[in-house]
Design a protein. Structure first.
Length: 276
C-alpha cells in the first residue's frame, strides 16, 4: 500500500479513514459539492483538488474538464489515494492523476494550475491560511481557488435529544483538540483574504436530512462512525467521552432516524477567490 504522509505535526485528521468514513465521502459528487464553481471550470483548464479523499468529486471534475482539461488530486493518506486511482480506472476517466502529498508544501512549480478546489478539508487543518497560501503560489495569475466547508455550529436538529447534544459537543471538542475548527464555514472568507486572494465570491448551501432515505443515511452513518472511526478513539483518548457515552450517542442517532418529525440541516459555506 502507498505510504501516507504527515500533513502537519500539530494536527490530526479528525475522521481518519475507517470504512464508514470513506463510504460516506465516496457518495459525494461534483454536481452537488462543486455546483458553486462548475460554471467557472472548463476545458482546457488544469485543476488541483487538494485533500481529495476517495476521489469521487475529483473524477467528476476531470469529466467536466474534458476534452482537453485535466485534474491532479492530492491527499496525505495513501489509502484513499489508492482507492481514488482504482475508481478512476473503473469509471474509465484518464485525464486525471493522484498523488500522496500535503497541501502545506506541495513542491509544485508556480503557475502549475488554472484552478484549485477543496471540499471539507480546511476545517481539519491547524493552519488553513498557510495551506491556501501554498495553493495560491502554485496557481497562475488569474487562476481561481474554490473551497467548500461545513459550519457545524450553524445547524438545526429536531427533536431535541440530550444524547445528540452530547454528540455535537464531542464533535466540536475533538475537532478543536486535533487542531481544526468545526465552525470553519464562517471563517472561510477571512482565510481567503489572509492568504492574499482577491475578488471573493461567497455563497452558502445546505445539507438537509428530512425524508426517510436521508434520515437513514445520515443517522446510521453517525451511529457507526461515533463508535468505530477515529473520532471515537480520540474522544476516549482525550477524556472527552467514555465508551459508554459514545454508545448512548450512537443509539441516539438510531432513535432519531425513527423519531416523529426528525430533521437535521447545516450550512455549507463556499468561497471562490482569484489570484491576481
Ligand atoms: C473530510 S475529507 C474530504 C475528502 C474529499 N474532499 C471529499 O469531500 O469527499 C478530508 C481529506 O483531507 C485530507 N487531508 C488532511 N490533511 C491534509 C493535508 N495536509 N494535505 C492533503 N490532504 C489532507 C484527509 O486525508 C482527508 O482525506
Amino acid at each position: 500500500m502507498t505510504e501516507s504522509i504527515q500533513g502537519s505535526n500539530s494536527e490530526k485528521y479528525t475522521h481518519g479513514h475507517h470504512a464508514s468514513v470513506v463510504a460516506a465521502h465516496s457518495a459525494r459528487r461534483a454536481s452537488e459539492a462543486a455546483a458553486f464553481v462548475l460554471p467557472r471550470l472548463s476545458s482546457p483548464m488544469r485543476l488541483l483538488d487538494f485533500g481529495c479523499g476517495p476521489g469521487t468529486i475529483t473524477i467528476d471534475l476531470a469529466e467536466h474538464l474534458l476534452p482537453d482539461g485535466s485534474v491532479l488530486g492530492i491527499d496525505s493518506s495513501g489509502a484513499v489515494i489508492e482507492q481514488a486511482r482504482r475508481s478512476a480506472v473503473e469509471r474509465g476517466v484518464s485525464n486525471i492523476d493522484f498523488s500522496v502529498n500535503s497541501v502545506y508544501e506541495t513542491g509544485y512549480d508556480p503557475n502549475s494550475f488554472d484552478a484549485a478546489y477543496a471540499h471539507q478539508v480546511l476545517q481539519h487543518l491547524s493552519d488553513p491560511v498557510s495551506a491556501l497560501s501554498e495553493v495560491r503560489r502554485v496557481l497562475r495569475p488569474g487562476g481561481i481557488c474554490a473551497v467548500r466547508e461545513v459550519d457545524w455550529g450553524a445547524s438545526a436538529l429536531w427533536p431535541p435529544d440530550d444524547r445528540l447534544a452530547k454528540f455535537f459537543d464531542v464533535y466540536h471538542r475533538v475537532a478543536k483538540r486535533n487542531g481544526g475548527d468545526a465552525n470553519a464555514g464562517r471563517r472561510l472568507k477571512q482565510w481567503f483574504t489572509d492568504a492574499g486572494f482577491d475578488d471573493l465570491t461567497v455563497t452558502t448551501s445546505t445539507w438537509t436530512f428530512a425524508d426517510k432515505g436521508g434520515l437513514k443515511w445520515w443517522g446510521e452513518q453517525w451511529a457507526e462512525r461515533i463508535l468505530r472511526s477515529d473520532i471515537a478513539t480520540r474522544a476516549v483518548e482525550y477524556g472527552i467521552a467514555t465508551e459508554g457515552e459514545l454508545s448512548e450517542i450512537s443509539q441516539g442517532w438510531l432513535d432519531w432516524v425513527e423519531a416523529e418529525g426528525a430533521f437535521y440541516a447545516f450550512i455549507q459555506v463556499e468561497t471562490v477567490g482569484v489570484k491576481f
